[in-house]
Design a protein around this ligand. Structure first.
Ligand SMILES: [Zn+2]
Ligand SMILES: [Zn+2]
Length: 80
């Protein structure tokens, strides 16, 4: 049984989503993947989930603005 990489719930049927920037195939709920593909409210760039969070908080990073957003899309910190 596959597990959703985002919410870690078991997937009833395996659904592959193929992000263009990532080579590996992810197993995820389409809704979870859509959630993952957040865009920056300031510059519309696709946000990235940081590999490590300096702030130890879940959130997203914009490469363009160097801003860290929390899961409610509030800008929390500037990352120089
Ligand atoms: Zn999921
Ligand atoms: Zn941005």
């Amino acid at each position: 049984m596959a597990e959703c990489v985002f919410c870690h719930q078991t997937l009833a049927g395996v659904q592959d989503v193929q992000p263009t920037s990532v080579v590996v195939t992810l197993h995820a709920h389409p809704a979870c993947y859509a959630e993952y593909q957040k865009t920056c409210p300031q510059c519309n760039q696709q946000l990235k989930t940081p590999f490590f969070s300096v702030l130890k908080l879940p959130g997203y990073v914009c490469d363009q603005c160097h801003m860290f957003f929390d899961t409610n899309m509030r800008p929390l910190a500037f990352l120089p």
